[in-house]
Design a protein around this ligand. Structure first.
Ligand code: FAD
Length: 346
C-alpha cells in the first residue's frame, strides 16, 4: 500500500524560492520534503532562462539560471531535504489535528504540520499532442521529458519539436554510442527550427551524415497493435499523410505553467495569486504559507530576492507552530554554534 510520510514541512515547488525555503527552515531545525511537477529542481530559472545571465541576486554580481540553482542546491545540502520530483501536488486537506494531508499525482502522501506553497507561475506541464489514444502510451512509448538514452537504444525514435531542446535530444539519441537509437527523426510543423546558429550548423552536419532525419509535418494519428504503438501518421504541409514506424516518441513542445489544483484548496486568492500577510507570509489558512511568485500583498514584486526574504519570515512563522513551547531566537550563521552544527560547519 501507499505509505504516509509524516513531516514538519512540505514545500510545494522546487523553484529558486522553494529551494531557499528549505534553507531557512533548515536554520530553524525544520526538515522539509519538496515536491515539483518537473523532473528537476529550478523552476523558471531552469525552464525559462537556464543560460541567461541574472544580475540582481544580492552579493552575486552575475550568475545564470542554471548556476543559481546549482548554488542553491549546494547551500541547502546540509539540511537533507527529500525531493519528490516529477509529481504534482493535487490535493491539500486540513485534518482535525491541525495537520495537512498532501497528495501528489503519483500517490505520494504526506501528513505535514506546515505547508509552503512556492508554486511560482504554476506547475510546469509539458505541452501535449492532442491525438486520440496517444496518452495511453505515456511512460512506455511516449515521453515528455528527456530520459536516459538506454530507454531508446536500438529503437525507432520520433522526436516532436522545433527548438533547441528538441534538436539537442535528437542529436543525443542519435549519438549515444552503444545506446544509440536505431533511427531518430525530428518532426516539426515548420521547416524553420528555432535554435542558435551553432546548434543548427551541428544539426545540419548530423543530418548530412545520416545520423538523424528531419521531417516537416504534424502528427495527425497513430497506429497501434496489441496495445503497442506501432506507427505515427504524419501530415505534411500539402495535406499528404504518410505513416512512420515508431517505437518511441519524445514530445518536446515546451512547457506551460498551469495553476491547476491549487485553486481548489480553499485559500484566499486575488487575480490568481495567493493572498498573504507580510509578517509571516501566511495564507488565509494558518499553517499554510506562500512564498515567491505565487503570492501577492501590497507592494509585491516578482523578484527572486523578494522571494528569499519571504522564506525567512515564513520559516519563523512555521517555527512558532512547530515548536509552540519554544521562544524562537534569531541567530547569526556567522557566530551561532547551533547554526554551525545544523550547517555541518563546526
Ligand atoms: P518558479 O520558479 O515558478 O517555480 C515554481 C515551481 O513550482 C515550478 O517548478 C513548478 O513546476 C512547481 N509547482 C507549481 N505548482 C505545483 C504543484 N501543484 N505541484 C508540484 N509542483 C508545483 N527574477 C529576478 O529576480 N531577476 C532576474 O533577472 C529575473 N529574470 C527573469 C527572466 C525571465 C525570462 C523570467 C521568465 C523570469 C525572470 N525572473 C527574474 C523572475 C524569477 O524567475 C521568478 O521570480 C522566480 O523564478 C520565482 O521563483 P519561485 O520559486 O517562486 O517560482
Amino acid at each position: 500500500g501507499t505509505s504516509m510520510i509524516q513531516t514538519d514541512a512540505v514545500v510545494i515547488g522546487a523553484g529558486p524560492v522553494g529551494l531557499f525555503q528549505v534553507f531557512q527552515l533548515g536554520l530553524l531545525d525544520i526538515k522539509a520534503h519538496v515536491v515539483d511537477t518537473l523532473p528537476h529542481p529550478g523552476g523558471q530559472c531552469i525552464e525559462l532562462y537556464a543560460d541567461k545571465p541574472i544580475y540582481d541576486i544580492p552579493g552575486t554580481p552575475r550568475t545564470s539560471g542554471r548556476e543559481l540553482v546549482a548554488s542553491l542546491l549546494k547551500q541547502i545540502k546540509p539540511f537533507g531535504a527529500s525531493f519528490h520530483l516529477g509529481q504534482e501536488v493535487t490535493s491539500v486537506a486540513p485534518q482535525a489535528d491541525g495537520r495537512f494531508l498532501v497528495e501528489t499525482s503519483h500517490g505520494t502522501m504526506f501528513l505535514a504540520k506546515t505547508l509552503f506553497i512556492a508554486a511560482g507561475v504554476g506547475s510546469f506541464q509539458p505541452k501535449r499532442l492532442k491525438i486520440a489514444g496517444l496518452d495511453a502510451f505515456e511512460n512506455s512509448q511516449l515521453f515528455h521529458h528527456a530520459s536516459e538514452s538506454a530507454l531508446f537504444a536500438g529503437k525507432n525514435v520520433l522526436v516532436v519539436g522545433g527548438d533547441e531542446t528538441a534538436i539537442d535530444q535528437t542529436a543525443r539519441l542519435a549519438q549515444a554510442g552503444p545506446q544509440q537509437a536505431k533511427s531518430v527523426t525530428l518532426l516539426h510543423r515548420r521547416d524553420v527550427l528555432q535554435a542558435p546558429p551553432e546548434v543548427l550548423v551541428r544539426f545540419d552536419a548530423l543530418r548530412i551524415n545520416g545520423g538523424a532525419r528531419f521531417q516537416v509535418g504534424q502528427v495527425t494519428g497513430i497506429d497501434s497493435e496489441d496495445g503497442k504503438l506501432k506507427a505515427v501518421r504524419i501530415t505534411d504541409v500539402d495535406g499528404n499523410t504518410s505513416a512512420l514506424q515508431v517505437d518511441m516518441m519524445l514530445v518536446l513542445l515546451g512547457l506551460s505553467p498551469k495553476l491547476g489544483p491549487l485553486m481548489q484548496w480553499g485559500l484566499d486568492m486575488e487575480r490568481k495569486q495567493l493572498l498573504v500577510d507580510t509578517e509571516k507570509f501566511s495564507t488565509s489558512i494558518p499553517g499554510i504559507f506562500a512564498v515567491g511568485d505565487i503570492n501577492t500583498y501590497p507592494g509585491k514584486k516578482k523578484l527572486i530576492l523578494c522571494g528569499f526574504h519571504e522564506c525567512a519570515l515564513a520559516a519563523f512563522g512555521a517555527a512558532a507552530l512547530i515548536f509552540p513551547d519554544q521562544k524562537i531566537q534569531l541567530q547569526y550563521t556567522t557566530t551561532s554554534p547551533k547554526l554551525h552544527k545544523l550547517l555541518g560547519v563546526e
